[in-house]
Design a protein around this ligand. Structure first.
Ligand SMILES: Cc1cc2nc3c(=O)[nH]c(=O)nc-3n(C[C@H](O)[C@H](O)[C@H](O)COP(=O)(O)O)c2cc1C
Length: 173
């Protein structure tokens, strides 16, 4: 099996309600777990950054489904590669405390204090995800999705982070 990682960015097409976000997270939990796809979904300031990891077939099928979703547009692949191991070997749904996307972090990976992944280079997006994957405190600050939705609407640095965690899919390495 070829283990692949795809990172893309997109923009939400209209103000997403917490119900929309919950539906996206529900579909991800349902489908990704079955397909052995893991990763992370960050949403803030109306832009998404998602990392999908799994078998080449599963990652491509998942991305093809996501690409046609009318809830977002301007979908751009930032990076696609074969990898030896996953950055996010588990899947599940959590909201990131807005505090994680600090001004300092945003400026390190982007040109402005705004979370704007559609304007990030592949290198910056990967560096941000690697930073998140190795930051044990990020996991500690993960809150239920509803808290993240509230944070995202009130703060430009607010983020909904969907950490896709599974009971270790058999295919995970
Ligand atoms: C930003 C964004 C990220 C998404 N991520 C996933 C995902 O990781 N897995 C998934 O199955 N669906 C994801 N979806 C939803 C899909 O576009 C699609 O609605 C869903 O897969 C349909 O699933 P169903 O046929 O089981 O209802 C995402 C949608 C959006 C807008």
């Amino acid at each position: 099996m070829f283990l692949s990682r795809l990172i893309y960015a997109s923009r939400a097409t209209e103000a997403l309600s917490s119900t929309d976000v919950e539906q996206i997270l529900d579909a991800s939990r349902r489908n990704n777990g079955r397909a052995g796809v893991t990763g992370i979904l960050i949403f803030s300031s109306r832009e998404f950054l998602q990392c999908l990891e799994g078998s080449r077939e599963a990652v491509n099928q998942t991305y093809a489904r996501i690409l046609g979703d009318p809830r977002h547009a301007d979908v751009q692949v930032l990076d696609y590669r074969e990898v030896d191991r996953r950055l996010f070997p588990e899947w599940g749904m959590h909201a990131l405390a807005p505090a994680w996307l600090t001004r300092q972090r945003l400026l390190r990976y982007g040109e402005r204090e705004l979370f704007a992944p559609t304007r990030m280079s592949a290198g910056s997006a990967l560096a941000l995800l690697e930073d998140l994957a190795r930051d044990p405190e990020a996991a500690a600050t993960l809150a239920p999705p509803a808290a993240g939705v509230a944070g995202a609407t009130t703060s430009p640095a607010g983020a909904i982070l969907a950490r896709l965690r599974a009971e270790r899919p058999a295919t995970a390495r």
